[in-house]
Design a binder for this molecule. Structure first.
Ligand SMILES: [Ca+2]
Ligand SMILES: [Ca+2]
Length: 104
């Protein structure tokens, strides 16, 4: 009897979860912590403000930029690394394009 109740409860929970309209994780880049559509330094500031307690969010999962299920300073560092890499790659592409233009 108890096993059937537990199974029914589990099935109901799964069905309820499947029916809850929730925003898919793919809707936003996990590094877009403030969910404004852009990954920039403001996301780093947003996470840091939440970590030091000057800003609060109801869903802390939005702060998990590196998706390791832990919200900590590594999440803001993850975004900073992303931004530095992005800047580096853009500058590198510009340098290569300039070298190619000069070579021809
Ligand atoms: Ca953002
Ligand atoms: Ca994390």
């Amino acid at each position: 009897m108890k096993r059937k109740s537990l199974t029914a409860l589990l099935a109901a929970a799964v069905m309820a979860f499947a029916m809850v309209p929730c925003r898919a994780a793919a809707d936003y880049d996990p590094k877009d912590a403030d969910r404004d559509g852009d990954v920039d330094i403001m996301d780093v500031i947003f996470i840091n403000r939440c970590l030091i307690g000057t800003h609060y969010v109801t869903d802390v999962s939005i702060l998990d930029a590196n998706e390791n299920l832990i919200v900590d300073s590594l999440d803001s560092r993850c975004i900073m690394n992303y931004l530095v890499d992005l800047t580096y790659h853009v500058e590198f592409i510009d340098i290569v394009a300039e070298m190619e233009a000069n070579a021809s």
